[in-house]
Design a protein around this ligand. Structure first.
Ligand code: HAM
Length: 422
């Protein structure tokens, strides 16, 4: 039997991991400027956490969760997203009274049993941020502009920000009722999925991707035309601040998001270069979730972006992989060189050099071939005569110059030469 990775689950190989590390490095650089600190949340949680926060009637909870009973008989779920866990941690550790808003970010794998296709995986990675403790539209805009700055720093210029408002608990229920009545008029034109879910989740009809539903959605009432005063002012302020920050956006009245906890501002960032799964990032305001999970009233705003999609958009330069090259390739020839070679590699690695070597003690020709392939800057050659004389041979692979260097001052000699260009 040939064992392979599971459908929709991908290895990130050593020759591409540097791209991921670069993205994570930039996140660690940009997000703290806005006050975000990293949190590491568990990979699995009590199933009820997700069903209660994401919503019983959402696609994620209804059909995409990896849920299983553990050996103790408890229902466990591999996290399909990070927000629920961050909220749980916030309540559990009583992070309520910070000097300012509590701001956290997380990086890690999420699990959803979706139909795999390009850009859609069953294990995928997210970078997410959650700002907890303020209803201010300034928070919404700070977080969105932070995201756009993050994209710019990564060299992504084609992303598009779309925003919408879903109103709050004083205006959404009436709108939902009205929307349901309106949807009823078009039932025979909707896809099966929408016919089944419109009673429980009528807003999802608005962002159904099926062509015939898209046509119907054009005629359905829009949430932003039914906002109460607070929601309307909030949404206006968000737009004003985005304008002040020179952040381009469009209003997409059908942007409702696939998770139930949102209210007021929702947003997505898309890219035309992603194909059908074109959302790089999604997020919004969720002002009641903390309370619904038995915490104190805490208005929040956050987003999560898909790392596979993001990495595929970054214009990395050919040969930019900083992990590709070793500094020194060690060539050892003959039994006598075995221990001195081992010691030299150890000493140079402790001094901070990336040292690669051959372990088979093959011929000079074959080891030199490997040295060339490793793209190293120097080759250190230790054979019988080098051990006898205490002088090792250092070959500069860029200009082929060779120097004899004292084995007792190996590190300082190589450091000196590494600083010289060429
Ligand atoms: P989401 O829209 O479900 O939001 O996911 C955010 C992003 O994760 C998507 O825009 C997409 O880039 C990526 N993503 C989602 N599913 C997949 C998949 N199957 N394969 C590859 N990438 C995927 C959330 O998860 C919310 N927790 C965001 C949030 C945080 N809202 C407030 N705070």
């Amino acid at each position: 039997m040939k064992l392979q990775s599971i459908r929709g689950v991908k290895d990130i190989l050593p020759n591409e991991i540097w791209k991921w590390q670069w993205v994570e490095f930039i996140a660690h650089k940009i997000f703290p400027r806005y006050g975000f600190k990293e949190i590491r949340i568990p990979i699995f949680e009590d199933t009820r956490l997700f069903s209660r926060s994401i919503g019983e009637t959402t696609d994620i909870v209804e059909k995409e969760m990896y849920t299983f009973e553990d050996r103790g008989g408890d229902s466990i779920t591999l996290r399909p997203e990070g927000t629920a866990s961050v909220v749980r941690a916030y309540i559990e550790h009583k992070m309520y009274a910070p000097p300012s808003v509590t701001k956290m970010f997380y990086i890690g794998p999420m699990f959803r049993y979706e139909r795999p296709q390009a850009g859609r995986l069953r294990q995928f990675y997210q970078i997410g941020v959650e700002a907890m403790g303020s209803p201010s539209p300034t928070v919404d805009v700070e977080v969105m502009t932070m995201l756009i700055e993050f994209f710019h720093e990564l060299g992504i210029e084609d992303s598009k920000l779309q925003i919408n408002s879903l109103g709050n608990h004083s205006c959404r229920p009436q709108y939902r009722k009205f929307l349901k009545l309106e949807i009823k008029k078009y039932l025979n034109q909707l896809c099966k999925n929408c016919i089944n879910r419109y009673e429980k989740n009528p807003l999802r009809v608005l962002d159904c991707k099926v062509e015939q539903c898209k046509e119907v959605a054009k005629n359905l009432p829009k949430m932003i035309d039914h906002l109460d005063k607070t929601s309307e002012e909030h949404f206006k302020e968000v737009q004003k601040l985005l304008d002040i920050a020179n952040t381009p956006y469009t209003i997409n009245t059908n942007l409702v998001r696939g998770l139930d906890y949102y209210n007021m501002t929702t947003f997505e960032v898309t890219s035309e270069n992603l194909g059908s799964q074109n959302a790089i990032c999604g997020g919004g305001r969720y002002d009641t979730l903390v309370e619904e999970l038995s915490g104190p009233s805490t208005p929040c705003f956050g987003f999560a972006l898909g790392m596979e999609r993001l990495v595929s958009l970054i214009p990395f330069k050919e040969g930019a992989n900083p992990n590709n090259n070793s500094d020194i390739f060690l060539i050892c020839l003959g039994e006598t060189a075995k221990i001195p070679g081992f010691q030299a590699a150890h000493e140079l690695r402790l001094a901070g050099f990336k040292v690669e070597r051959d372990y088979e003690m093959a011929s000079m020709k074959s080891q030199m071939r490997k040295a060339n392939k490793s793209n190293c800057r120097f080759t250190l050659i230790i054979g019988e005569s080098e051990v006898d004389s205490g002088k090792y041979v250092l070959k500069n692979m860029e200009n082929s110059e060779q120097h004899k260097i004292d084995s007792k001052s190996l590190t300082s000699e190589i450091e000196k030469r590494a600083k010289l260009k060429g």
